[in-house]
Design a protein around this ligand. Sequence first.
Ligand code: AMP
Length: 216
Amino acid sequence: MKLIFLGAPGTGKGTQASVLAEKYNIPQISTGDILRKAVAEGSELGQKAKAIMESGGLVSDDIIIGLIRERLAQPDCKPGYILDGFPRTIAQAESLDKLLAAQGGIDAVIYFDVAEDEIVRRLTSRRTCSQCGYNYNMISDPPPTDNTCEKCGGDIIQRDDDKEETVRHRLVVYNEKTAPLVDYYKKQNKLYTIDAARDVKKVRQDIINLYEKLAA
Ligand code: AMP
């Protein structure tokens, strides 16, 4: 099954994508994670992306489409995948449609619906392991008091792009560039909306039910 998880930053796409990916043994492809790895490694891509990411802007469509084309050609993508954080613009969605034309396109798009105030509250309280990427939350899942990740021992930090001013900017960018994808996929009859403001377990169950229905 080829899925897109669509929604503003902080709506829980990444958390749910990793659960589903593990359950159904398909890769979770997060362009944000790929870019953060490139920044940490200091590669040419990382150097290009760093300042843009810190400011909460979008990395150019050409770069992102190139990354995705390469990633989807890997053998582990054969049984399907979850795209998390891609596409983020109409141009990216159109390129993806072309790339997948021979396979009938993407199977479904799950839209994570959460009100903006709640997103700001969630993102500014998020803390992330600098090593393994695990997300903690100061309200619902606080990190250990010594700020060391319980999964891998890495340092826990607040991502620069989770600071309030940047979060507000990311939401402006989301509303302008990414929100139009809701209509784009609605027109293709591929959009399924989930009320993602609810408890994480309820959201997970809805997504699993939907996956099972789509796979049947
Ligand atoms: P994320 O972890 O998905 O919130 O992504 C973190 C940052 O990486 C974003 O704020 C963008 O700067 C960049 N990024 C991730 N995915 C994309 C994409 N599909 N298109 C453009 N920029 C992206």
